[in-house]
Design a protein around this ligand. Structure first.
Ligand SMILES: *Cc1c(COP(=O)(O)O)cnc(C)c1O
Length: 388
């Protein structure tokens, strides 16, 4: 029988199991250190790149299995995990950039990423040019040859689900390109297939998928990741093996979870788009989404997150007071449907002008669709919406 390439949801069942022997569940290596057999062996372990049996800040076998699983799902040569999504972003930026370096990023970013680029990066003399995702060619146009080290995109972006054309991004030559692909999960989007150098995830979200792990991960060429690892070991945003174990368990069900969440998100988006009290719905799966053509080109699933706009802050507040099945909380990609008001939570640290640029209005609500029955969710959101 010829071997057929299995679909991603099937590969998610076995990914990251190379060193677990006959155990179907991953093995938890809680150890922070490993014993050496003499000085030659100690030297070999201490100087090897990403050696698994030396000291857990350098590498850990359970974390290693999580990295293998993500690399397999991303179609990558290798992956490198961190203690959080922000740990992945901060360590990667600082591994690749120095004082005088230039970064191109977009206005519409996860607020932590934006704060990191504007605060610590600016303090360290790393210049950032922010561009608008909706303008074609804006990333490439902002590249300064010889000085731009990194082009950092987020797609779909938080919180308005704006898309970056990955083909356009992957075609940029010179600087390294990186996409924060958190909202899509590795089953919804494959940035590396478009020529992007690094795909990044806050695995705290859909990958781990149960709100019980804080993790980040990047995927790409092994040589590049080894270089980033050399800095990451000093940066110290080291992932916990317990969280890697939870994330591996989450990956096993990524296929069914994302399928259910995608279907429900689409039904909710359609219901909201038809409701008279809803001013706008942002979901790439709707044909009205201004970038729907890019969505169909690069997204394998439209995703579990959407956002929508009510008249103002008061309307958003009363809506959040009335929801019962969905809960008012930040984060995304977990079993519970979570709704947040970005202006007062995720984007609370932004100035009014920054909120305007990021598309965060007073009436904007972000929904992360969970695993409840779709009809229960729709009924819950409908009863919570204003009468007109
Ligand atoms: C949550 C999130 C991050 C940060 O991840 P943490 O695990 O919370 O550090 C980065 N980017 C996006 C798009 C996110 O949703």
């Amino acid at each position: 029988m010829t071997e057929q390439p299995h679909s991603p949801a099937t590969r998610a069942i076995t990914a990251g199991r190379a060193t677990s022997g006959n155990s179907l569940a991953p093995v938890l290596w809680a150890s922070s250190t490993w014993e050496s057999e003499g000085l030659d062996d100690a030297h070999r372990r201490a100087t090897a790149v990403r050696h698994g049996d030396f000291y857990s800040r350098y590498a850990n076998p359970t974390v290693g299995e999580f990295e293998h699983a993500v690399a397999e799902l991303e179609g990558a040569d290798a992956a490198l995990a961190f203690a959080s999504g922000m740990g992945a972003i901060a360590a990667t930026v600082l591994a690749l950039c120095s004082s005088g370096s230039h970064i191109v990023a977009q206005h519409q970013l996860y607020a932590g990423t934006l704060a990191f680029l504007q605060g610590p990066c600016s303090r360290l003399g790393i210049d950032v040019t922010f561009v608008d995702v909706a303008t074609p060619g804006s990333f490439a146009d902002a590249v300064v040859p010889g000085r731009t080290m990194l082009v950092l995109a987020e797609s779909p972006s938080n919180p308005r689900l704006e898309l970056v054309d990955l083909e356009e991004l992957g075609a940029i030559k010179g600087p390294l390109t990186m996409v924060d692909s958190t909202f899509a999960t590795p089953l919804g989007q494959q940035p590396l297939a478009f020529g992007v150098d690094i795909s990044l995830h806050s695995a705290t979200k859909g990958i781990a998928g149960h709100n019980d792990a804080t993790l980040g991960v990047i995927s790409g060429e092994a040589e590049l990741l080894d270089e980033i690892w050399a800095y990451a070991v000093l940066h110290g945003a080291t992932p916990s093996p317990f969280d890697a174990l939870n994330a591996l368990r989450g990956i096993r069900t990524l296929g069914v979870r994302t399928r259910q969440q995608n279907d429900a998100a689409r039904s909710i988006a359609v219901m909201l788009a038809d409701h008279p009290a809803v001013r706008a719905v942002h979901y790439p799966g709707l044909s009205e989404h201004p970038q729907h053509d890019i969505a169909t080109k690069q997204l394998l699933q439209y995703g579990s997150v959407l956002s929508f706009e009510l008249a103002d802050r008061d309307a958003a507040a009363s809506f959040l007071d009335r929801i019962v099945v969905a809960r008012c909380a930040t984060s995304l990609g977990g079993p519970e449907t979570l709704i947040c008001h970005p202006a007062t939570s995720t984007h609370a640290s932004l100035t009014a002008e920054e909120c305007r640029r990021a598309g965060v209005t007073d009436g904007l609500l972000r929904v992360s669709v969970g695993l409840e029955e779709t009809m229960d969710l729709i009924a819950d959101l409908e009863q919570a919406l204003p009468e007109s």
